[in-house]
Design a protein around this ligand. Structure first.
Ligand code: GUN
Length: 283
């Protein structure tokens, strides 16, 4: 068997075409969707992600701005910046790029963002709404993964979904969204015993480990759907996922590649959330 590839790049392009039309329509109603991204310090990976978010916003006609602050900024100053953005009616979405410097309490910062502008879906209020199945901003990477599964009409209901990884940004929320779709969900992590036995019972396997090529066909049930969330840069500069793509493709029915997999979908769902914010759909 050779797995069918779920191409996140192509799906993103289709979704962005639809969003571009929607933004044009909103502009006719005098609504100009606007995203403000706050970047603290000079982390090259963060800068590159933030630039990608700005570029993608422009592609669909969303206006965006990057507020750059030095890594010496105090927590109080950062809170003041967010407070200004919260009260600015022209700003629909606020995203504070993570990680933040150690002297800043990340929970304080996330909780200071107006939940109606929390397009990352990281605010505990929005996480609570997600857990109780209410409509809100869904975290972008997990939302992108569900969108990829649905784009291929892959049945989630009744399936055994195994998530490897338990971060607040990916692992925990993607498990919750799969549960909301009526999957039976198992979380695995660095302290899990018998990982291979568990993953071999997965109909849908989500891999968010953060180490290159650690999951190969020995971990995969024949016919499974494999979603690779890893973005690892190798010494030669190339990108690779957490899954050994060639090996896993022999065993899976569907697989996502890296690059051109989950990564582009994350940014696309951020644009979706920004449009949702501009429409005033999240209360
Ligand atoms: N750092 C890595 N991923 C993300 C993300 O999705 N949102 C924010 N704000 N920071 C990140």
């Amino acid at each position: 068997m050779v797995a069918e590839v779920i191409n996140g790049k192509e799906l993103s392009m289709q979704l962005k075409l639809d969003m571009k039309k929607e933004v044009e329509y909103l502009k006719q109603q005098n609504i100009l969707p606007h995203l403000t991204v706050v970047l603290v310090g000079n982390n090259p990976a963060s800068r590159s992600y933030v630039n990608g978010k700005k570029r993608a916003s422009e592609e669909v006609g969303i206006s965006s701005e990057i507020v750059e602050l030095p890594d010496t900024v105090t927590e109080k100053e950062l809170l003041q910046t967010i407070e200004q953005l919260n009260s600015d009616n022209g700003v629909h979405g606020i995203l504070v790029q993570l990680p933040l410097p150690d002297h800043i309490n990340v929970e304080h910062i996330i909780e200071s963002i107006d939940p109606k502008k929390d397009v990352d879906g990281f605010h505990p209020y929005n996480i609570g709404k997600m857990m109780t199945g209410q409509d809100t901003f869904l975290p972008c990477t997990p939302y992108g993964i569900i969108t990829m599964l649905k784009s291929k009409n892959i049945t989630i209901e009744g399936k055994h979904a195994v998530v490897i990884g338990r971060s607040n940004i990916v692992g925990k929320p993607v498990g919750q969204l799969l549960l909301n779709e009526n999957a039976t969900v198992t979380y695995c992590h660095s302290k899990t015993n018998n990982l291979k036995e568990i993953t071999n019972t997965a109909d849908i396997l989500i891999v968010a480990v953060g180490r290159p090529n650690v999951i190969d066909k020995a971990y995969i049930k024949e016919g499974a759907v494999v979603i690779d969330v890893g973005i690892n840069r190798l010494e030669d500069g190339s990108l690779t996922g957490d899954v050994d793509f060639e090996s896993a493709s022999e065993q899976a029915n569907y697989i996502t590649p890296v690059p051109r997999g989950v990564g582009p979908m994350t940014i696309t769902m951020l644009l979706h959330n920004t449009i949702k914010a501009a429409k005033g759909l999240v209360k």
